[in-house]
Write a protein that binds this ligand. Structure first.
Ligand code: NAD
Ligand code: UDP
Length: 336
């Protein structure tokens, strides 16, 4: 007797067991804002298997909900200040709170995350021969005396200020990366990330774009910190993720600036948010915090030449995309 029925489809579990991934990637801090967008992009490639290690200090499982249970995805509750034993080919090391409110909350922990956390990830990279990318920051330039900032600038950083746990922490992390590279031949990549914005930013994390958008939606005054003439350059998160992947896949160690060179004063940003999101909202000047850099704009010549990368999304086009996500999470729809 010969059956005419086609053979049964393998169950999802069976498929899971036999999937063929040829790149296993660890993303530390993958439950956070940039990390979760990076995971989305990496998971789109069927050849990638992704492991996220996160202690959920500022990140959340919600940011990864579409991948939980996926056969090529694993989520580990883990603090990078402890050692981690996994076998991976690449490490995107993002774990570290990025917003001043959170990194100043427990500054000693922030330093431990940057120093011990980065040493642990470098130790892992050394043991398994993985390539490791560190998300450093434009804060390594401090309150810059060079404008715009290119990678050869050594920075103007206060070593004993309230921001030092973050910016000096990242400077040590960069040093560790290069020492492991020179001493142990580890393959390293360093991205110096400039201010990034987009969906999934923490609503109340105090960063300027998330603050202004939440305030505009709630019809509360936009709080421009004095003097209001300080500048920042804002990169949309999909452009950022694209830059990070190109850096990882390319041949250059960096450090390479990844950011959008479009520069705005905080007053201009407030005016733009007001115009796009809520023309009736008020703008209010408030006290600033210590050591706030007065100007910041990346020189991205290196990223253009070495990675063939430049940002595509202008601030005016990115803000509405973020507004949609914030309205959903705040459950406040736009007045018709
Ligand atoms: P985020 O706070 O949303 O994400 C950081 C993630 O790291 C969170 O999920 C958090 O829970 C996790 N984390 C923190 N400490 C940890 C620890 N000890 N062990 C394990 N996990 C830990 O921030 P983000 O904006 O997504 O930033 C990601 C990376 O990019 C950070 O390294 C940050 O320094 C860097 N960066 C971000 C910006 C920006 O504008 N967003 C600018 C410059 C650099
Ligand atoms: N800022 C502001 N209003 C706010 C929050 C921040 O004017 O409600 C300003 C802040 O003084 C700084 C800039 O926005 O000059 C960027 O601050 P943020 O905390 O977003 O990032 P960072 O200082 O790390 O670049």
């Amino acid at each position: 007797h010969v059956s005419t029925k086609p053979p049964p489809e393998p169950s999802p579990l069976r498929k899971a067991k036999f999937f063929q991934a040829n790149m296993r990637i660890l993303v530390t801090g993958g439950a956070g804002f940039i990390g979760s967008h990076l995971v989305d992009r990496l998971m789109q490639n069927e050849k990638n298997e992704v492991i996220v290690a996160d202690n959920f200090f500022t990140g959340s499982k919600d940011n990864l909900k579409q991948w939980i249970g996926h056969p090529r995805f694993e989520l580990i509750r883990h603090d990078v200040t402890e050692t981690l034993l996994v076998e991976v080919d690449q490490i995107y090391h993002l774990a570290c709170p990025a917003s001043p409110i959170f990194y100043k909350y427990n500054p000693v922990k922030t330093i431990k995350t940057n120093v011990i956390g980065t040493m642990n990830m470098l130790g892992l990279a050394k043991r398994v021969g993985a390539r490791i990318l560190l998300t450093s920051t434009s804060e390594v330039y401090g309150d810059p005396l060079v404008h715009p900032q290119d990678e050869s600038y050594w920075g103007n950083v206060n070593p004993i200020g309230v921001r030092s746990c973050y910016d000096e922490g990242k400077r040590v992390a960069e040093t560790l990366m290069f020492d492991y590279h020179r001493q142990h031949g580890i393959e390293i990549r360093i991205a110096r990330i400039f201010n990034t914005y987009g969906p999934r930013m923490n609503i109340d994390d105090g960063r300027v774009v998330s603050n202004f958008i939440a305030q505009a939606i709630r019809d509360e005054p936009l709080t421009v910190q004095l003097p209001g003439t300080q500048t920042r350059s804002f990169c949309y998160v999909s452009d950022m993720v694209d830059g990070l992947i190109r850096l990882m896949e390319g041949e250059n160690t960096g450090p390479i600036n990844i950011g959008n060179p479009g520069e705005f004063t905080m007053l201009e940003l407030a005016e733009t948010v007001k115009e796009i999101i809520n023309p009736k909202v008020k703008i209010m000047k408030v006290e600033n915090t210590p050591d706030d850099p007065r100007q910041r704009k990346p020189d991205i010549t290196k990223a253009k030449e070495l990675l063939g990368w430049e940002p595509k999304i202008k601030l005016r086009d990115g803000l509405p995309l973020m507004e949609e996500d914030f309205r959903t999470r705040l459950a406040i729809s736009r007045e018709k």
